[in-house]
Write a protein that binds this ligand. Structure first.
Ligand SMILES: [Zn+2]
Length: 166
């Protein structure tokens, strides 16, 4: 896996090598799904080109959605690294904001979920099932608290690393 050397300082230590096994955007799987399909793990249903909660069609095709696959295999698409003295001092408040933001996103977009929140020694690391959720979390933190925000997107591996620093 190629690493941008400037990002080494906050590269999360969560088995990044697994991404070398991804040869295509995993969301491309959607196109092969028959409609409707319902995830056996989370109950979300794919219908009319979108994943939705709360619909239980008859004769739906059982599947496992890409978010649940990523959760099962611990293969995040997004990493948000939260660093800096302010972030350490306000850790609980910041993580509450992140959780609320993610909960709202998940309500509207079943495939956008947090996988885990942990500490990597540099700060908090939030992993997500979807790159847009990672970007959204970074944006929400900057909107609420200013600070520095940057991104590193790896197209080949469909992987987004976001760092927010304050
Ligand atoms: Zn699912």
């Amino acid at each position: 896996m190629k690493q941008d050397p400037t990002y080494q300082a906050y590269r999360p230590g969560q088995h990044p090598h697994v991404f070398s096994d991804i040869e295509q955007d995993p969301f491309a799987d959607r196109k092969k799904l028959p409609e409707p399909s319902t995830c056996r793990d989370c109950g979300a249903t794919y219908s009319k080109g979108n994943w939705k909660w709360g619909i239980t069609p008859q004769n739906t095709h059982p599947t496992i959605c890409s978010a649940c696959k990523r959760i099962r295999e611990n293969m995040p698409a997004g990493f948000v690294s939260i660093q800096g003295p302010f972030a350490r001092e306000h850790k609980d408040e910041i993580l509450n904001l992140v959780r609320h933001f993610a909960a709202r996103q998940k309500t509207e977009h079943p495939l956008k979920r947090i996988i885990s929140i942990s500490n990597d020694g540099h700060g908090q690391i939030i992993t997500t099932t979807d790159i847009h959720l990672a970007r959204g979390i970074g944006g929400a933190l900057q909107k609420a608290y200013k600070g520095e925000l940057d991104y590193q997107y790896n197209h080949a591996e469909y992987l987004l690393r976001v760092r927010w620093l304050r």
